[in-house]
Design a binder for this molecule. Sequence first.
Ligand SMILES: [Zn+2]
Length: 107
Amino acid sequence: MTGKHGSNDRCPLCGGRLSSGMATMPFLFTDTVVLIRNVPAKICRSCHEPYVVGKVTDRITDLLNQLRPFRAEVLIVSYEEPLRAPALSVGGKEAILDTAPRFLKVP
Ligand SMILES: [Zn+2]
């Protein structure tokens, strides 16, 4: 209950400042990479690490559970429009990058 206003807006990794934004976040299943786009997040200005708050995490968990039955190498969904039309890709990495301007660096 002590109002620590704004004092949490620091990156735990590098101490950089966090600012609100949208992130594309990758998640790994055993044989599937899931990208969730347009996730509301606090993004570090220095190292670009995105951080999500509890409510968002819950929704992501829910999305991932719904996506488990899909068998694909890569699944791309939007945080706000779940499962309407998951984009599938088999090996077309660069095409995926074109559609996700804020794509995080993933090997
Ligand atoms: Zn950072």
